[in-house]
Design a protein. Structure first.
Lengths: 339, 339
């Protein structure tokens, strides 16, 4: 399997974030990149991302938002380690402010997505890894992109939940440029709210998400089963929320239902938002999926026998993280009918 | 002049808040109450707020929001000093979560409004001071409510900008129950975004706000001159934004324009959102209004000769804060044509 990554990933090095009144250690750490790269290297051929420029990113994201991500840190009035929002745009009518502090609040939904000196390089690199992996599947059928920071909580114009650019959405749009239908399956423990928002009114990109119920769990405000899309997109979003604490059986059953919906859609390619934070060992997860559960998940998805781009989403440092990725990739390769 | 206050005010004692990456000292401190009460006591007759119950508050605020303010702190899973949101509801379609963390983000727009053990008592007391002062003007024509915490950034269902209950809106609605038309004049340096949102579609309560331009200044997302109301409320909101750094002349000229609009509306009573953070000495303000400027402001408003409730909004501890309030109240009393 081709493994795409960007050596710029470590340049985004958040140290802490404001969580319910305290500044805590940021789980989306540089360490994740090293753990995941070392593991993936045992499952395939590691290649650096090719730089395809801004166009495939701008196909998904708002230009003002991209400008803020690219230049926001440099606009800080004082010498600071990072800029991060304090105030957030309300849902009442409002407009985009001119100053940095207001723009951060306009384009972010929480306090976990600081802009630091190397943030743009890292998020740009992660998006290029996703684009490169999408291109790889035309030849190799399957590829894995080690995207860090992750992307599925980022919408067209909003960062949030450690995410800046929606790598899975960018990969799906890249594929969509050469094929009529693309499906996205999001198996991260958190609802892929950004991806859902991006494609909510479209019928050419199906979005299916298996995740922990959001009534009391991040990202809190969306992810319910009755969110099915709007307009032309009605019926092209499927949420499969599961109770907190769900394990292998519930997770794999929901995945199987999601794959069934995807097969009915008959996409030309599949993008998987591959989080490992459903793992029992995950420090911030809410499920109890075991290594065996992830192996079954790999088998269920591989059996769909579609050209597939695997996009790294969440999954936070624990003793098990590297092993979860390695086993998933190995089994995914082994289980594919054309392997 | 009758001075209304609540002795519960010091029970809300925020210690710090998250501002652009760091936890800083909270400017909306208990000290404000003591400074303002000592100053007001020299300008009138101090009386405790009468408890009018929840009904006049519920006339303005969403019941779910009130429930969160009242019970949110007690719902904290661990022993904590305060609960405060981390994630905020986006403007894309979303729904109200069940858990505490999500509900905090659903009902708040920034990180400055923690719920602490005594927060509900203090915000409830501030609202009762506003209601009591509104009732006072039927007999005494003018009254001042020392509301702490302040209120004009709170909308029907959102806390933000140090504000929880919109004391000025509650006072205006209280008056409106006995009279056809009420005007609100907001002279705090910050746009009264919460008050604007509450009355934006109504033509029975006119809202006029003089404030620093919001393109690069809190509250960032509203406050422009072309926001004039919607539906039946079109033409019943007037924003008079002024450049950062404005002084006495600009401030008083804008006030005079606002008073002209209010006189044309011919209200039965006036509510003033009285902030002193336009003062040159204010630690977080953006104007350079002098003591002389506030005296002129008092004169301009007093000359309108309307039954008037003065509601304390912002204005943060400095050597000048108490003196600004005292001189304003004294001149307001002295300048009234019926005085």
């Amino acid at each position: 399997m081709i493994i795409r990554h960007s050596p710029a990933a470590p340049r985004h090095d958040p140290q802490g974030f404001f969580r319910y009144g305290r500044i805590v250690e940021h789980p989306e750490s540089v360490e994740r990149y090293h753990i995941l790269l070392a593991a993936a290297a045992n499952a395939g051929e590691v290649r650096e991302a090719v730089d395809h420029g801004l166009a495939p990113i701008a196909a998904v994201h708002d230009p003002n938002y991209l400008e803020l991500l690219r230049t926001g840190f440099a606009r800080a009035p004082d010498k600071v380690e990072e800029v991060v929002p304090t105030q957030f745009a309300p849902w009442t009518p409002h407009r985009r402010p001119e100053g940095l502090a207001g723009q951060l609040g306009y384009h972010m939904t929480d306090t976990s997505t600081p802009l630091r000196a190397g943030t743009w390089d890292a998020v740009y690199g992660a998006a290029q890894a996703a684009i490169s992996a999408a291109d790889d599947i035309f030849i190799h059928s399957v590829a894995y992109a080690l995207c860090r920071p992750p992307g599925h909580h980022a919408s067209a114009a909003h960062a949030g939940g450690f995410c800046y650019l929606n790598n899975a959405a960018i990969a799906a749009e890249r594929l969509r440029a050469s094929m009529p239908r693309v499906a996205i399956l999001d198996i991260d423990v958190h609802h892929g709210n950004g991806t859902q928002a991006i494609f909510y009114d479209r019928n050419d990109i199906l979005f299916v998400s298996v995740h922990a119920e959001t009534a009391s769990y991040f990202p809190y405000f969306t992810g319910y089963a009755d969110e099915i899309g709007v307009g032309a997109g009605e019926g092209f979003t499927q949420n499969l929320p599961l109770p907190l604490g769900s394990g292998d059986d519930a997770y794999c059953s929901a995945l199987a239902i999601g794959i069934e919906r995807i097969l009915a859609f008959a996409p030309d390619a599949l993008v998987v938002s591959l989080g490992f934070d459903a793992a029992a060992e995950d420090p911030i997860g809410a499920f109890t999926v075991s290594e065996r559960g992830f192996v079954r998940a790999a088998e269920i998805i591989a059996n769909a026998a579609m050209p597939t781009v695997l996009i790294q989403e969440g999954g936070y440092p624990s003793k098990a993280l590297g092993q979860r990725l390695l086993r998933f990739l190995q089994h995914f390769d082994a289980m594919r009918p054309d392997a």
